[in-house]
Design a protein around this ligand. Structure first.
Ligand SMILES: Cc1cc2nc3c(=O)[nH]c(=O)nc-3n(C[C@H](O)[C@H](O)[C@H](O)COP(=O)(O)O)c2cc1C
Length: 342
């Protein structure tokens, strides 16, 4: 059991390396065209892309989405590179599922990142379904403490579990257990999907359980169905059949929009540049996550991750300039920036 959870993370990375089509390249944000301003009445240098998330300052609303953790040298160095780059660039970082800490104690080290990223939001991660398989408040608090986390992501991945040969597929009665976690932990709990999107019913159930921050993690980018397909040894094509299943991220953001009065929304799933990020903020996202685009740089070095994030930041600031948006408040949930949607 312990080796399975630990090794799975490496198998995921190898599957992504071998098969570029695990990134579905949906480009759903390309269907939205923004209102260019020829006279932005603004100096590019005066664009202020900074914002706050979980009480900490960010240089722009970017999150390194949950990816990995475990007892392997490669995985430890991926997390260290991401954490240092997050601190240098002033962006948030989430780690991958910390369940492995409880089966392989040596994996804890891969989540001990606070010293490397003292000033930015760090977000822990556990699978919500694990609340039906032995994980409880004690383990969730241990995961938070190990990372020095500002919040804990509970990921919802029914498609991934359904395709996984050894999947945990009992998603019944989770809302009550999520509510108990929300009430019992010393940091906020966030709900996220992993690339199939959250529906309005998911958000309503989460709100009733006391969750206030939701990461829609829609389709268009990394497909866990396709990744898990590669891990199957049998002839099943279930993972291919469902590889594009779910709610495209821009649609998920629009569906989440009515809840903005009571919920904070995070965009992720197929965001691939600073322009996708700007569109997400216009659709009501307070933070924009990317996972797969940062994996390869993270396997190289801190500098490679910093270079990638700085490129995305330049794109983000350039788009703000061309929209005449001086700061994030001028962008956030402001449909006036949308020219047309195809
Ligand atoms: C290598 C890799 C590992 C991931 N592991 C996790 C995980 O452990 N927990 C989780 O909540 N999401 C995980 N994700 C999902 C991402 O956090 C994100 O929700 C999803 O991949 C969509 O983002 P993307 O299209 O930018 O990759 C992982 C993604 C990648 C690429």
């Amino acid at each position: 059991m312990s080796d399975l959870t630990n090794d799975r993370k490496l198998e995921h990375i190898r599957a992504i390396e071998k098969d570029p089509l695990t990134d579905r390249s949906g480009h759903y944000f390309d269907r939205i065209q923004l209102m260019h301003r020829g006279l932005p009445e603004l100096a590019l240098a005066d664009v202020d892309s900074s914002c706050e998330f979980l009480g900490r300052q960010l240089s722009f609303p970017m999150l390194i989405s949950s990816m990995t953790g475990g007892d392997h040298q490669l995985i430890k160095s991926v997390n260290r590179n991401l954490a240092q780059a997050a601190q240098i660039c002033g962006v948030a970082m989430a780690v991958g599922s910390q369940r492995v800490m409880f089966s392989t104690p040596e994996a804890k080290e891969s989540f001990e990142l606070r010293e490397l990223a003292p000033d930015v939001p760090l977000i822990g991660n556990l699978g919500a379904v694990q609340l039906n398989y032995g994980i409880g408040i004690e383990q969730a608090q241990a995961a938070i403490d190990c990372l020095g986390a500002d919040a804990l992501y509970l990921h919802l991945n029914p498609l991934q579990e359904a395709v996984q040969p050894e999947g945990d597929t009992d998603f019944s009665n989770l809302a009550q257990k999520i509510a108990e976690l929300v009430a019992g932990l010393n940091v906020p709990v966030l709900l996220k999907e992993v690339g199939s999107g959250l529906s309005p019913s998911d958000i309503e159930t989460g709100l009733q359980a006391g969750v206030r921050i939701f990461d829609v993690a829609g389709t268009g980018g990394t497909s866990w169905s396709r990744i898990e397909h590669h891990r199957r040894k049998d002839e099943s094509d279930l993972g291919i059949k469902f590889q594009d299943w779910g709610i495209p991220t821009p649609t998920a953001l629009k569906l989440a929009n009515p809840y903005l009065g009571s919920a904070t929304i995070v965009a992720s799933g197929g965001l691939r540049d600073g322009i996708d990020m700007v569109k997400s903020v216009i659709l009501g996202a307070s933070l924009c996550g990317m996972a797969a685009p940062l994996l390869k740089p993270a396997m190289e070095s801190v500098e490679a991750v910093v270079t990638e994030i700085e490129k995305i930041k330049t794109e983000f600031r350039t788009a703000m300039f061309l929209l005449g948006a001086r700061d994030i408040a001028a962008l956030f949930n402001n449909r006036a920036h949308i020219l047309e949607e195809r």
